[in-house]
Write a protein that binds this ligand. Structure first.
Ligand SMILES: NC(=O)c1ccc[n+]([C@@H]2O[C@H](COP(=O)([O-])OP(=O)(O)OC[C@H]3O[C@@H](n4cnc5c(N)ncnc54)[C@H](OP(=O)(O)O)[C@@H]3O)[C@@H](O)[C@H]2O)c1
Length: 242
């Protein structure tokens, strides 16, 4: 039997590394058609070259509102439909608020919050008209718990949580499903992990999960039959004390 995600057109933002890249591989294994988006075109092209499914490389800077609309338009031009928007792009800034850089915070809010809002806004008319589809947003444990060492990031993920669940109820009557996946610590480039051995060490200590662990759960969420919504999925390393 074909996988439920086979032939589905899935847009992945933040596909150039980490959770987005791992999700692209996991969804390609399910036979999905992929739109890979992020700023780093070369990374997206390298990834697309490895995947044996129809793939569109669509670079976009989601801190710029108009880029979201362009991304959705390019997808529709290329594939003629959208089944899933995986709004995953995000950046991380920890630290003391008293020492922070408000311009860097502005960029964080532009990507983590406005990027999600504007891609959803651009995709929604098509999903509503279709009467089906998913918007899955990468939130964080920091969207469920107020984390004092990352107040601005935590605020951005709380905003995303609020948007996801208000939107979820707005569009439920139209057959459109909205959910959030909220990982704890994932050892990847967001934390500066580029070395496989360093990731393996963190994972072996049960202090971090892998991008691939999150990707498998993305597939689980999106593979549910249309009458089932996984509202929030929080996934933590077994020893994360939170
Ligand atoms: N790693 C963790 O511990 C963790 C935990 C909970 C939640 N999350 C969330 O998971 C999501 C993915 O992050 P990750 O962990 O996979 O880290 P990552 O490897 O750093 O990936 C972040 C992705 O976002 C993209 N991005 C950043 N700024 C962008 C912009 N202005 N426009 C478009 N794309 C942009 C990056 O691509 P370019 O640089 O090429 O644009 C990259 O593909 C984020 O929303 C993050 O907040 C991560």
């Amino acid at each position: 039997m074909a996988h439920p995600l086979s032939e589905k057109v899935v847009i992945i933002t933040g596909a150039s590394s980490g959770i987005g890249e791992a999700s692209a591989r996991a969804l390609a294994a399910c036979g999905s058609k992929l739109v890979l988006s992020a700023r780093r075109r070369e990374r997206l092209e390298e990834l697309a070259a490895e995947l044996e499914v129809p793939t569109l490389v669509a670079p976009a800077d989601l801190s710029v509102v108009s880029e979201a609309k362009r991304l959705i338009e390019e997808t529709l031009e290329h594939f003629g439909r959208i089944d899933v928007l995986f709004a995953n792009a995000g950046i991380y800034i920890p630290g003391e608020a008293s020492e922070g850089d408000p311009e860097a915070w502005e960029q964080l809010m532009a990507v983590n919050v406005n990027g999600v809002l504007s891609t959803a806004r651009a995709a929604l008319p098509h999903l509503i008209e279709q009467g089906s589809g998913d918007i899955l947003v990468t939130s964080s444990i920091s969207g469920h718990v107020d984390i004092p060492w990352e107040p601005v990031y935590s605020a951005s993920k709380h905003a995303v949580q609020s948007f996801v669940h208000t939107l979820r109820r707005q569009v439920a009557p139209h057959g459109v499903r909205v959910g959030s996946i909220a990982p704890g610590m994932v050892a990847n480039e967001l934390w500066g992990f580029t070395d496989r051995a360093a990731i393996d060490e963190k994972v072996a200590a049960h202090e971090a999960i892998r991008s691939e662990d999150v990707a498998q759960l993305v597939v689980v969420m999106l593979s549910q039959p249309p009458h089932v919504t996984i509202r929030n999925l929080v996934v933590l390393p077994q020893k994360q004390d939170i």
